[in-house]
Design a protein around this ligand. Structure first.
Ligand code: KPL
Length: 293
């Protein structure tokens, strides 16, 4: 089976290294204007350095494409590739937030399968050829459309992702991560603070209001998210990642585009469609957009 990674940032490199470690055939597709390194170094959670070799992908031979770009790059990065991929290939989207899957589903042929993956592993780019696996986590992945995966592909995909089985209701798993990102990412980005700063009581009301709205929209969208359990999970993640700078805060500080439209923006968009008002998430979108102007 031929796997390929599109989007060779920190998570892309971490997955690439996991697939190589599992002795799977994995290559990399360079995004437009991006030169791929021949090798890179991964520093694991014990501080051990591993060197990995990068093989450029031959697109017509890919059985499974794993997309690790930022959410706002997914559709544009995939469009020119889809026609070149085999008609039986599978695609896994592995990014923060939700939304691109709706458009990607429409681009795919009847035989192509679409999967979503959500991970709590931490990975940090140290330089273009060095990545740190900064925190052990778990990864869930599951199929949302297309024909069922061939057993060999399923086995190898699970081995590469380090997951035991495919998750039946992967959309629920993605919403569980979404609610965390909706609360932590914009607030840390707007205030340019580390995650742990959100434990300060001045953030309590915003966090509670954002979480309550996300749970309401999720419910209207057929996903059960318990508001109290979700709020507790948000505070657990804030505490566990207290010294981290969230991905959105890093983007704002570096003057890069953010994933706000796939995080709080997705909740607002679904809310509008489903008749649920989302003033607190709207406010986060507005503030982050203003902060990046
Ligand atoms: O996923 C994250 C992110 O920064 O995008 C959290 C969980 C907030 C950790 O920083």
């Amino acid at each position: 089976m031929q796997f390929a990674i599109l989007g060779f940032g920190a998570i892309g490199k971490l997955l690439h290294w996991q697939f190589q470690r599992a002795k799977l055939n994995v290559s990399v597709i360079a995004k437009a204007q991006q030169a791929l390194p021949n090798t890179y170094e991964l520093i694991d959670t014990n501080g051990v350095h591993h060197s990995a070799h990068v093989k450029p992908a031959h697109i017509p031979s890919i059985d499974c494409l794993i997309v690790c770009t930022k959410a706002y790059q997914v559709v544009d990065a995939l469009k020119p590739l889809i026609e070149q991929l085999p008609s039986s290939s599978s695609i896994v989207l592995c990014h923060n937030g939700l939304g691109p899957h709706i458009e990607v589903c429409e681009l795919l042929g009847a035989e192509q399968s679409l999967l979503l993956a959500t991970t709590t592993h931490g990975a940090l780019t140290k330089s273009s050829t060095q990545v740190i696996h900064s925190g052990l986590g778990t990864t869930k992945l599951g199929q949302i459309s297309g024909s069922p995966l061939a057993p060999l592909l399923e086995r190898q995909l699970l081995a590469g992702f380090g997951a035991e089985r495919l998750t039946d209701d992967v959309l629920s798993a993605v919403w569980q991560k979404l609610v965390i990102n909706c609360a932590i990412n914009p607030l840390t980005a707007i205030h340019r603070v580390a995650n742990g700063e959100l434990l300060d009581k001045r953030f309590n009301a915003d966090i509670a209001a954002i979480v309550a709205e996300v749970c309401q929209v999720a419910r209207a969208d057929g996903i059960t998210l318990d508001p109290q359990a979700s709020l507790e999970k948000v505070y657990q993640v804030i505490t566990a990642t207290a010294s981290n700078t969230s991905s959105m805060a890093q983007d704002v500080i570096a003057g890069r585009p953010t994933e706000i439209s796939a995080i709080n923006g997705y909740v607002c968009q679904r809310g509008t469609l489903l008749g649920v008002t989302t003033p607190n998430n709207d406010k986060m979108v507005q503030w982050v957009v203003n902060a990046t102007r």
